[in-house]
Design a protein around this ligand. Structure first.
Ligand code: ZN
Length: 190
């Protein structure tokens, strides 16, 4: 999961297509997935760059896409899976019309911009409602949760219907190894 921030849509800057292309050989070696989350204004300007860099999934924010349907189709036309996401204060209703077209729905469980934030408790109900919306249309889209995920919050997100968890600090922070942290995370919801 690659968090791309532009200092405009969110108050921080991170990384761009160069890092995605640098990660691509590792992704191939590990048979993994490069899941690119664009927290940037006018993301349609950069879709081709991220697709060329090797993204498998590109996720855009509904808040940045007045023509979300067009943007989702543009992602798919590049041969990349399309994801949509929304900030904690944005209603799921904003995704209702696009749900059948997407491969991934991402629920932000913090306000995007920085790592290390705490999980917003009302996110669990939002995950549950998103699960119902996807099930109601027979969608097989992944339901991903991003923000404040760790051994103390993962189980509740999974129980609510999440199928993909994004974790930063819980995996890369602290004194334990990445492998130990991932094992603890998996154990917390299995
Ligand atoms: Zn993210």
């Amino acid at each position: 999961h690659v968090d791309v921030m532009d200092g405009h849509f969110v108050p921080n800057t991170t990384i761009g297509p160069l890092i995605v292309s640098a990660l691509r050989p590792l992704r191939d070696e590990m048979k993994s997935v490069l899941d690119v989350h664009l927290m940037i204004e006018k993301p349609e300007r950069f879709l081709e760059d991220f697709a060329k860099a090797g993204a498998d999934i590109i996720t855009v924010h509904v808040e940045t896409c007045p023509h979300l349907h067009r943007t989702v189709q543009a992602i798919k036309a590049l041969g990349v899976k399309a994801g949509v996401t929304l900030n904690p204060a944005t209603s799921l209703i904003t995704l209702e019309e696009i749900l059948s077209d997407v491969d991934l729905v991402l629920i932000m469980s913090v306000n995007p911009g920085f790592g290390g934030q705490h999980y917003i408790p009302s996110s669990t109900d939002k995950i549950r409602r998103a699960r119902h919306m996807l099930d109601a249309i027979g969608s097989k889209a992944w339901l991903e949760v991003d923000g404040g995920i760790g051994p103390d919050t993962a189980a509740e997100a999974v129980r609510a219907g999440a199928t993909v968890l994004v974790a930063g600090n819980a995996v890369f922070g602290g004194s334990k190894s990445v492998a130990e942290n991932v094992a603890a995370l998996r154990q917390s919801f299995s």
